[in-house]
Write a protein that binds this ligand. Sequence first.
Ligand code: PLP
Ligand code: SF4
Length: 341
Amino acid sequence: MDAAMIRTARSDSPKNLLAQVAARYAVAITPAMEALIDASDPVDPIAAQFRPDARELETLPDESGDPIGDAAHSPVTGIVHRHPDRVLLKPLHICPVYCRFCFRREVVGPDGDGTLSGAELEAAFAYIAAHPKIWEVILTGGDPFMLSARRALEITERLAAIPHVKIIRWHTRVPAVDPARVTPDFVDAIKTKDATTYVVLHANHARELTADARAAIARIVDAGIPMLSQTVLLKGVNDNAETLAALMRAFVEARVKPYYLHHLDKAPGTSHFRCTIAEGQAIARQLHQRMSGIAQPSYILDIPGGHGKAPLATPSLREAANGYEVLGADGAWRPYPGDGA
Ligand SMILES: *Cc1c(COP(=O)(O)O)cnc(C)c1O
Ligand code: SF4
């Protein structure tokens, strides 16, 4: 940490430092998110997520361009196959916004060869078709809602035609950050009678769920597509129980079931956003104590190196002399004698 701090204590002007950030990592923000930024707030949680910051130039030794080990599990271009029953399919690498904490920040962006060619997409479909244990295909990227409705339909139809693919799950930030992109045509394109579609919305602050965003979500849910959420725990954006409770309630009110609260992956130049695991656990416990069960996300960590996800919440059960003790919503441990049978 100290060495990293010293490295940025150079004489470069702030403007020059930001130019270095933009040269290294993609930068974009949508008009909808730009409009949400309160310019009078020096620590605005929307600005913090999308506006480049000189601290991104500080890469710590344990940060990595592939923090969750996707490369180790990529049998063909565009596919990550870590668990037998599900694969990631990444048809493109562009996003409507570029989050400053993105775990794929070394690969996402408008440049480069991120979009799968026709032949690569065929190879990906062939891989999925050849692996009958694949029950679920997770579209990610980049943001797959950046596809045209025509291309989204093509992917949906090809996947749904594979008999063992039952679930097609789209991970996206678009309904919040660029709601106008969620057109009725697009919603039609991701629906199919031959598989079940889910949409997982990435949002990190309740302010992102504007009236337009909620209308976009309603277009998806009204079409019969269930929605889940994912949120990244971010210092200075949402690292307290009040802010996260407001976000989780906003999700539930919009018919989006909270799914994951991610501990921030160790992507390069993101340490200024990272909370400790103990801080995350304390926040998760406060959420359990104060919020409805339907508003609870699961606090998880992607294990570096590609070993999957691990729940991080501290247990509400501990061993005691003649059985167990359980933790109540009031914070008190109470005896539960015996083994539970
Ligand atoms: C996160 C992830 C998934 C999805 O995990 P779920 O716990 O099912 O949401 C699947 N494959 C890979 C490679 C992942 O990183
Ligand atoms: S939308 Fe997702 S993939 Fe795109 S920059 Fe943000 S975190 Fe990364």
